[in-house]
Ligand binder design. Structure first.
Ligand code: MG
Length: 337
């Protein structure tokens, strides 16, 4: 089993910002796993928030390449072996997990979603409106609505939240998700949430710092909208700890390590009565496709990373009126342009 990788540069259509950071372009890593004439693909989209960089991911990939063994079908054994050494580099593991799934599905001649026993995904994704000034917010909302999106996610957590939501709600009446990206202070988070109630949020994501679980649990009592954990919830062990703290969790492959780990998190979350959302970072269609393969299992889909690009190097995902689908071809359903 041969593993190779290279960086790819992604250009965003608009500058994208949250309450914590902003980017105009993004570099990710394309992983190729080759065995017996079949190539499986995966993408690594590292995040500094979780101690991952392009360099640390490449170091992990070098290590993983030596641990793959000679049977890509032995997914569980391989991924356990990789996690034993590279537990802190789950963005890289997610790239390998994707490449293994793509390889197996191509080898068997089935789509990844079918390999997993799931129906073909046809899910409504939210389009994310990043932190921006009033004019740019208006432009982004108009663009999203013109493209047919029927659910929006708005980044909040700055002093301009009310102005931003006023602009959004003036143009849009549908499901509105809010994400504070840890931006609020525990002393006034409750007041802010009550203030935002007039904009009828469908849910509120990560209002407080990721380690402030005690105050998170208190916000849930306000009952304006379900509270979801994103930065507070990286992997399956966190899901267990978040029972009775939040109403739901946001799973991202960069945090948890890919399809295999995400399915575990979903099973545990459901057993604990938690809602589930699938999210992403800016990335190409290659990182979105494996998440979309399991998206029929979750309550909220926020898989718009590739839609924020001016040009997707891995086309194949269809998005019409905000509904994303994968083709019924073998593998992930995306290929290099
Ligand atoms: Mg988030």
């Amino acid at each position: 089993v041969k593993l190779t990788w290279h960086r790819q540069n992604l250009r965003l259509r608009h500058r994208f910002a949250t309450s914590q950071y902003g980017v105009d372009e993004k570099e990710t890593i394309v992983v190729e796993l080759e065995h017996e004439g079949v190539t499986g693909y995966g993408e690594v989209a590292p995040s500094r928030l979780y101690g991952q960089t392009l360099e640390s991911s490449e170091a992990a990939l070098s290590g993983c390449a030596r641990l793959l063994g000679d049977d890509p079908f032995a997914l569980d054994t391989i991924l356990r072996r990789l996690l034993d050494t590279w537990d802190g580099q789950r963005a890289a593991i997610a790239g390998v997990d994707s490449a293994l799934h793509d390889w197996i599905a191509k080898r068997l001649g089935v789509p990844v979603w079918r390999l997993l026993g799931l129906k073909r995904p046809s899910v409504m994704t939210t389009m994310t409106i990043g932190v921006a000034d009033a004019d740019e917010t208006r432009t982004k909302v108009d663009e999203a609505l013109a493209a047919g999106f029927r659910a929006l996610k708005v980044k909040v957590g700055t002093d301009d939240d009310l102005r931003t939501l006023e602009i959004v709600r003036a143009a849009f009446n549908g499901p509105l998700l809010l994400d504070a990206n840890q931006g609020w202070d525990p002393a006034d988070a409750a007041r802010r949430i009550r203030e935002l109630a007039q904009y009828r949020p469908a849910m509120i994501e990560q209002p407080l710092r990721r380690d402030d679980w005690r105050h998170l649990a208190e916000l849930r009592e306000i009952d304006v909208a379900p509270i979801y954990a994103d930065e507070s919830c990286e992997r399956v062990a966190d899901v267990v700890k978040l029972k009775d703290v939040v109403d739901g969790i946001n799973i991202k492959f960069t945090k948890c390590g890919g399809i295999r780990a995400a399915l575990e998190m979903i099973a545990v979350a459901r057993a604990l009565g938690l809602g589930v959302m699938l999210g992403c970072f800016a990335c190409s269609g290659l990182a979105i496709a494996p998440a979309l393969a399991i998206a029929s299992l979750v309550d909220f889909v926020d898989l718009d990373g590739h839609l924020l690009l001016s040009d997707d190097p891995f086309p194949g995902i269809a998005c019409r009126e905000g509904i994303e689908t994968l083709p019924d071809t073998a593998g992930l359903g995306v290929r290099p342009a």
